[in-house]
Design a protein around this ligand. Structure first.
Ligand code: 6GU
Length: 253
């Protein structure tokens, strides 16, 4: 996977390239990340990339020429590239979108800045993504989020292939609790079942712990999730337990 990032702050990406799993993936050539400075495509000696909006209003708009020239330059390195604009107006990025993007060989990520980007740049864009319903000062952090999430789905990036397949959102549920040594930490013990060596029982306990967390924190995820009869039985039991507790307390008061 090749990521080309078009930005007026290429130095921000040293954060991503400086260490950790992404750096290792680049060294192993499972991915490449190339930040390109949009200012290099400005025509004046001040390297101007923004201007005032027609019609008036506050803030500045990114000029179309430097951005479209940068996109053209990036496409020359690989015309099959899929071009994405990072903007709060985009569709919301999630694990499913990351999986879709992982199927491409080359992504061009265009980082918007200022109050916006000239509308005519959109003709050169295949897709628009946002990383959530809040406003950032620019698309750079969003681009890093996309690069990170997509990179870990590319074979060779993670140590073991299982870590990408088994984690929270690929399974559609939140992750079950994890423990490592020591067995007892400040009076809090590792659940007995995890020490049992009984893989079937451990698997079922983890599934139910995942369901429990998901019901409490992200019930929306369970609406589109295939559930087994064992899952449903567990949740019915949970519902009954909750009803009993509420019943006890309402007769008491
Ligand atoms: Cl992609 N850009 C900006 N500026 N703000 C955002 C965003 C993107 N996603 C969420 N907020």
């Amino acid at each position: 996977m090749n990521f080309t990032v078009l930005t007026i702050f290429p130095e921000m990406f040293s954060l991503l390239l400086g260490g950790g799993i992404i750096k290792r993936a680049i060294e192993r050539r499972s991915i490449s990340v190339e930040p390109i400075d949009i200012r290099d495509f400005a025509k004046d000696r001040h390297r101007t990339v923004d201007d005032r909006p027609y019609g008036g209003g506050c803030g500045m708009v990114m000029k179309p020429e430097p951005v479209t020239k940068a996109i053209q330059h990036a496409k020359e390195q690989g015309p099959e590239a899929y071009t994405i604009l990072l903007t709060p107006q985009g569709r919301v990025f999630n694990q499913g979108v990351a999986q879709g993007l992982a199927g491409h060989t080359r992504l061009i990520l265009v980082c918007g800045r200022y109050e916006g980007i000239d509308e005519r740049v959109r003709e050169h864009i295949d897709d628009e993504l946002s990383i959530g319903d809040y406003v950032l000062t620019g698309g750079e952090l969003a681009a890093m989020v996309v690069i990170d999430a997509v990179s870990r789905l590319i074979p060779g990036t993670l140590g073991s292939e299982d870590s990408a397949r088994e984690d929270s959102f690929s399974a559609g549920l939140l992750e079950y609790p994890q423990y490592t040594r020591p067995r007892s930490f400040k009076g809090s013990d590792v659940p007995e079942v995890l020490l049992s060596g009984d893989h079937g029982t451990i698997k079922r306990w983890r599934r139910q712990a995942s369901l429990f967390r998901t019901v409490l924190e992200r019930p929306d995820l369970l609406m589109e999730q295939p559930l087994t009869t064992d899952d449903i039985e567990f949740m019915k039991k949970l519902r009954q337990d909750i009803k009993s507790i509420i019943g006890k307390h309402s007769t008491a008061s």
